[in-house]
Unconditional design. Structure first.
Length: 101
């Protein structure tokens, strides 16, 4: 699996709009995007009030980058970015599953 972790600084008062934008991705984009598995939006316990972490998971690196390079994704991203104070800090990751027990 492959994905990304993003550190976000949300504009004050835009938390609900940002969440709606993310929900719209899963409702409208997901059916068109091969390999998207899940995403988690998290608020760090000891972070600033406006800070969030976003974890996105795809089945393969190829499908992740196919989505990243899609013009429809870029249009969605511009809406997503409009709710942030600054560009996200992105870290792309190879996902290693931990044993479950």
């Amino acid at each position: 699996m492959f994905g990304t972790i993003a550190r976000l600084k949300v504009k004050p008062g835009d938390e609900a709009a940002l969440q709606a934008t993310q929900d719209r991705w899963w409702r409208d984009r997901k059916p068109k995007v091969k390999g998207a598995i899940t995403a988690y939006s998290c608020k760090p316990v000891d972070g600033a009030a406006n800070e969030q972490l976003l974890f996105v998971v795809f089945d393969t690196k190829e499908n992740y980058f196919a989505n990243a390079n899609d013009p429809e994704q870029d249009a969605w991203y511009k809406d997503f970015r409009s709710h942030l104070q600054a560009d996200p800090e992105w870290t792309d990751v190879e996902i290693q599953e931990a044993p479950r027990g």
